[in-house]
Design a protein. Structure first.
Lengths: 304, 224
């Protein structure tokens, strides 16, 4: 990621803002600018795209990568942007159709010239038409009056049609509300309330990852990053280390993501966990033979 | 504008309604009851320069990003709630003169965010004694569902969405985001010069095309 731009854009500051690394006061100042200041909003928008692209290309340095995965990827919005960036990178690398902007259909300079000529031609045409009309006889004027009357009638018809469509739209809106209420009732139990990323434990790590989960119904998503992707399929088991009890076991999972950054995605019920330590064990399932453990991810849960 | 408000799919698209149906319902029902009210709201946001709805779309995008950065679960809904409150205030008072429109939107957004935080606390308090059992079968199914989006499907969807752009926009977006990070700045300067644009104008254009692609990829018809 570049650090500065010709007009003084501080990319590093914007990146730290996007990754939640700034102080509260500084964050609030930039929150304000992100809504109020047009230039800042454009810069932030552009830097966010480049940041996500850099992640998708594996071009982030270690610290930024860690902050990105802990903060930015914890929101569904962030993950969706990453998925898009990965697709864009892959599309570019796969050699998408080469297109020439020079031979493009909309060269701005050329378009402006064409527009000027068009306007000049239109102005000449208007002058000619005005002169013609000026010298026309009353019969032609009557014809114009007839045309106008026809247009007014058509206008009335269209307005009537619009009134009918507006009434139909209002009814559709009410129906949509009813359907949404029904869906909301059905989905209450599976509402996504939080999402987390678990990285492979590193030697010397002193703090357990903490999952802060809202109490109550709903589900939360966990992205479990793998150290390596050596198996065609995986299974994840959630255990209470204090009792050895298996709390939950996943179905067959497949790793997703770029080479070198493979991960498993699981979804757990928020009601499943209590405020204590847990252990996620990832087992690799070979094409033949028995499953073997490939990683243990301890973490603690805090209920909010 | 009145006719467009009622009927034009083009206008609805420009307002972002085709990709945010919730916003459409909220704004038409709760915020602005008539096309005239909606027009007044757009005019106020435009501050005297008719942007053709662009200013509204941009403000909504900024608000969605703001709530997203705050890690709110439903940033789209909170952005709509903010705009609804602003529009309602405008109707009640007839005008808002103590702050420029963008700053007033930010002030309201902060209140909406604080209420969101308080609401989360209340939900937690009322659900303290709740401990329903969770069906492991449902959990397995959910994890399978989360796992379903494959890279290939996403790539196909992107290809389809790129085909929907005109040739100029397609070439611009691919050129703008081409190359490795280190070479991009120079590459973009060259591109801007070729297109007779300032770098800032090129950035704005590329960001807008990218936003359109992201929305297109979110749409059910893109197959993702």
């Amino acid at each position: 990621m570049s650090a500065t731009h010709s007009h003084g854009r501080d990319d590093q500051l914007l990146i730290r803002y996007l990754l939640g690394s700034l102080s509260e006061d500084e964050t609030e100042r930039l929150d304000d600018l992100s809504i109020v200041d047009d230039r800042f909003a454009v810069d932030l928008h552009a830097v966010e795209h480049d940041l996500v692209d850099a992640y998708a290309r594996g071009a982030l340095d270690e610290d930024t990568l860690r902050r990105f995965e802990l903060h930015y990827l914890s929101s569904p919005q962030g993950r969706a942007k990453v998925a898009f960036a990965r697709a864009l990178v892959r599309y570019a690398r796969s050699g998408g159709p080469a297109l020439s902007l020079d031979a493009g259909v909309r060269e701005p300079g050329a378009a402006r010239g064409l527009l000027q000529w068009s306007l000049a031609a239109a102005a000449m045409g208007l002058i000619a038409v005005a002169g013609y009309l000026f010298s026309e006889n009353t019969g032609l004027k009557r014809q114009l009056i007839d045309v106008r009357a026809g247009l007014e009638e058509r206008q009335q018809q269209l307005e009537e049609q619009l009134r009918h469509e507006q009434a139909a739209t209002a009814e559709t809106t009410r129906e949509l509300d009813r359907v949404r209420q029904s869906i909301a009732q059905l989905q209450g139990a599976t509402r996504l309330v939080a999402s987390f990323v678990l990285l492979p434990p590193t030697r010397g790590a002193t703090e357990l990852p903490t999952l802060s989960i809202p109490r109550g119904p709903g589900v939360f998503a966990v992205t479990v990053h793998l150290e390596s992707d050596d198996f065609p399929a995986y299974r994840v088991t959630l255990t209470d280390p204090a009792t050895g009890q298996v709390i939950w076991r996943s179905g067959i999972l497949r790793a997703s993501g770029d080479a070198g950054s493979k991960a498993l995605s699981i979804t757990l019920g928020a009601d499943l966990l209590k405020p204590r330590r847990y252990m996620l064990e990832v087992s690799g399932i070979p094409a033949r033979g028995t499953a073997e453990s490939v990683g243990i991810y301890p973490f603690k849960v805090v209920l909010l | 504008m009145r006719r467009a408000w009622r009927n034009s799919s083009h206008w609805r698209h420009r307002l972002g309604w085709t990709t945010a149906p919730r916003a459409e319902v909220s704004l038409t029902k709760s915020s602005t009851r008539t096309p005239e009210e909606f027009q007044r709201f757009l005019s106020w946001l435009d501050e005297g320069v008719d942007s053709g709805g662009e200013r509204y779309v941009e403000m909504r995008r900024r608000l969605v990003s703001y709530f997203g950065r705050k890690l709110c679960l439903l940033p789209d809904e909170l952005a709509d709630e903010t705009l609804i409150r602003v529009a309602r205030k405008l109707e009640e008072q007839g005008s808002i003169t103590d702050s420029p429109p963008a700053r007033y939107c930010y002030i309201v957004a902060r209140f909406v965010f604080l209420e969101y935080l308080r609401g989360a606390d209340q939900r937690r308090a009322s659900l303290d004694d709740r401990h329903a059992a969770t069906d492991p079968v449902v959990q397995s199914a959910a994890s399978e569902e989360t796992d379903r989006a494959s890279d290939e499907a996403l790539l196909d969807g992107l290809d389809q969405c790129l085909q929907q752009l005109d040739e100029y926009d397609r070439a611009l977006i691919l050129e703008y985001y081409a190359g490795e990070q280190a070479e991009r700045i120079e590459r973009r300067r060259t591109l801007a010069a070729r297109l007779n644009l300032t770098l800032n104008a090129l950035t704005i254009r590329a960001c807008r095309i990218r936003d359109r692609l992201e929305k297109c990829l979110d749409a059910p018809s893109s197959g993702t």
